[in-house]
Ligand binder design. Structure first.
Ligand code: NAD
Ligand code: TYD
Length: 350
């Protein structure tokens, strides 16, 4: 194998798309997927590639320094793509400390393990940290650029901003080659149905209320997860060490407009009368501290790496709906709570 890349959080939503892309596109890379399999991590997301020769799954915690050092030395890891995190804003409001432990301390442990393993020999090494546009706060006007000051407002974004600072500090203090990318909201297959789009799809299927926070006026900038995975590939291979890239698809939508779009698509797909799903829309109490708008200026990644989004939003949304409708078993598993136990048992026997 030409090199070994450690991907953390590879059993999650975005991580599984990144693992799949790298395993298929780079048969001469060994791809290690280190994942703790929290409620958000599912090995079923990677069924189609789990038998490939250049792929290994390691169940473990990024907080486990001993395990990290063993992985770095056993596999001669030369690149890290770090996605493991607690990722949902609503959960962070209830459990900020859990977010600090995983997202901040976990990232520091991973950075320290890389530093120890690489012994100041940084030739051919890269630590790539996957971050979010939410670290910039709310874009009341204009667009986030890489120079926008960090202004996180939720416990989730505060923990991600803090981890970004530690990554930068390792680059500045120890000269570790690091890269950070900050992406807008992702959508697509395998997203856990606690996030807006899969939650709405799942609730329409079961004719449950569609909770829209506040008046639904908040704006998010949506990018298909496969476009994000390709951007990560471009940044990993082309970025200058020490740099930051914003990733987005110039695709802003008000939440209420997005929910109505989903209702229209689902009525057609489920052969329900037009307007049936929209009756489920329920305006609920707003999320505390709800950021009004996220909007990315992606010109740096486009001009420096040649990446650009390929999936047009209405087509991407329709194919995402199709995916959830044809993966009822996946949806049932991840929402039943039985799922994790099943896989824990399965991997204990390996
Ligand atoms: P996710 O919640 O779907 O997946 C997170 C994964 O990390 C899970 O597989 C989980 O088991 C694993 N994990 C959690 N704690 C761990 C630990 N201590 N050790 C090892 N593994 C652990 O998240 P996602 O939506 O795929 O996001 C992935 C990354 O991308 C996160 O860092 C997130 O901040 C960032 N991001 C997400 C979005 C988005 O729209 N979802 C946008 C921009 C950036
Ligand atoms: P979410 O998918 O949680 O992503 P983020 O908070 O990281 O942007 O939410 C997307 C938007 O949808 C956000 O403005 C909050 C809103 N939202 C709802 O209105 N209802 C819901 O049930 C959820 C989960 C989110």
């Amino acid at each position: 194998m030409k090199r070994t890349i450690l991907i953390t959080g590879g059993a999650g939503f975005i991580g599984s798309h990144v693992v799949r892309l790298f395993v298929k596109k780079y048969p001469d890379y060994l791809i290690l997927n280190l994942d703790k399999l929290t409620y958000a991590g599912n090995l079923e997301n990677l069924r189609d590639i789990e038998d490939r020769k250049n792929y290994r799954f390691i169940k473990g915690d990024i907080l486990d320094t001993e395990l990290l050092l063993r992985i770095f030395s056993e596999y001669q890891v030369s690149g890290v793509i770090h996605l493991a995190a607690e990722s949902h804003v609503d959960r962070s409001l209830h459990n900020p400390d859990e977010f600090a432990v995983t997202n901040i301390i976990g990232t520091i442990r991973l950075l320290k393990a890389a530093l120890t393993a690489w012994h100041n020999n940084f030739e051919g090494k890269l630590f790539y940290h996957i971050s979010t546009d939410e670290v910039y706060g709310s874009a009341e006007e204009g667009f986030f650029t890489e120079e926008t000051p960090l202004d996180p407002r939720s416990p989730y974004s505060a923990s991600k901003a803090s981890s970004d600072h530690f990554v930068r500090a390792f680059n500045n203090s120890y000269h570790m080659p690091t890269v950070i990318s900050r992406c807008s909201n992702n959508y697509g297959p395998y997203q856990f149905p606690e996030k807006l789009i899969p939650l709405v799809i799942n609730n329409i299927i079961h004719r449950k209320p569609l909770p829209v926070y506040g008046k639904g006026e908040n704006i998010r900038d949506w990018l298909h997860v496969e476009d994000h995975a390709k951007a990560i590939d471009a940044v990993f291979h082309k970025a200058k060490p020490g740099s930051v890239y914003n990733i987005g698809g110039n695709n802003e939508l008000k939440n209420i407009d997005l929910v109505k779009m989903l209702c229209r698509i689902m009525d057609k797909k489920l052969s329900r009368p037009e307007g049936e799903s929209a009756k489920l829309i329920t305006f609920v109490k707003d999320r505390p501290g709800h950021d009004l708008r996220y909007a990315i200026n992606p010109s740096k990644i486009i001009s420096e790496t040649g990446w650009r989004p390929e999936i047009e939003f209405s087509q991407g949304l329709e194919s995402t709906v199709d995916w959830y409708l044809t993966h009822a078993e996946w949806l049932a598993h991840v929402t039943s709570g039985e799922y994790l136990k099943y896989y824990e048992k399965m991997y204990a026997n390996r």
